[in-house]
Design a protein around this ligand. Structure first.
Ligand code: PGA
Length: 252
């Protein structure tokens, strides 16, 4: 696994945006797997800047987001649909019909999960951007004895509810459920870009990249994928051992 540790977050953002922009430049009909949360915000800013500077069109691009809360409309300011519009889609020339998130307002949530998986099967993801939760979750795949492969309804863990409460007025307002791509759907992406920032993510990054592959740390399953790039700021990377032979550690 190639891991780059950056001195500055701006550099990290540029590098991540560059990888996404290059994917689109090479293949104008690229399929991008996207993420929400605080981790990708700077990356999206850098991507918008690069798209403008390079006159890179996203008109042929399709996107799939990892997850969406159950019960929030796309107009709700804490829905992931709203987040994506604010932070990325409204700044690019991508037609909204080509931007996909699971529909957390669907009457039949199981049918919605099946629909999302059928679409992903038809349009495999070229590059999947991922953050990581403090408990090792990717998307809303929380640590568990068993993980689910496809898109499914996830019950959010107490730790995740607490972490997400900062975005709501009260913790009780955080939806208890979400629809999320499963680890199987994530691992089907042709390439994966895992990003983490901050000292609070250092222990879980070490566990995910150098620890055992276990459903107790869903991100550890990324060790089984052949094309994962990890971009970390120096705080998130501080616990990695430079001579770990399973990692190709680069300092930038
Ligand atoms: P964060 O969340 O980017 O807000 O840290 C990441 C995640 O929980 O997957």
């Amino acid at each position: 696994m190639r891991v780059t540790i950056f001195e500055s977050n701006e550099e990290l953002d540029r590098q991540a945006a560059d990888m996404i922009a290059q994917t689109v430049a090479k293949r104008p009909s690229a399929v991008l797997g996207l993420a929400t949360g605080s981790t990708p915000v700077g990356i999206y800013k850098a991507l918008i800047k690069q798209a403008a500077e390079q006159r890179l069109s996203f008109a042929g691009v399709t996107t799939y987001n990892l997850d969406e809360y159950v019960g929030l409309t796309p107009e709700h300011d804490q829905s992931y649909a709203y987040f994506m519009k604010q932070h990325l889609f409204s700044h690019l020339d991508i037609p909204s019909a080509q931007t996909n998130l699971p529909n957390g307002m669907a009457d039949d949530l199981s049918a919605e999960c099946a629909r999302y998986d059928r679409m992903l099967e038809r349009q495999p993801i070229d590059i999947q951007l991922l953050g990581i939760g403090h408990n090792g979750h990717i998307g809303f795949n929380e640590p568990a004895a068993e993980l689910i492969g496809g898109t499914h309804i996830a019950e959010l863990e107490a730790a995740t509810l607490a972490a997400n409460a900062r975005f709501f007025e009260h913790e009780e307002q955080v939806p208890r459920q979400a629809l999320t791509m499963g680890v199987g759907s994530i691992l089907k992406a042709r390439s994966i870009l895992l990003v983490a920032r901050g000292a609070d993510k250092a222990p879980i990054i070490k566990q995910a990249l150098s620890g055992p592959i276990t459903t107790a740390c869903p991100a550890s399953l990324l060790q089984t994928h052949a094309h994962v790039t990890v971009l970390l700021d120096k705080e998130a990377g501080k616990d990695l051992i430079p001579d770990d032979t399973t990692l190709h550690l680069v300092y930038s």
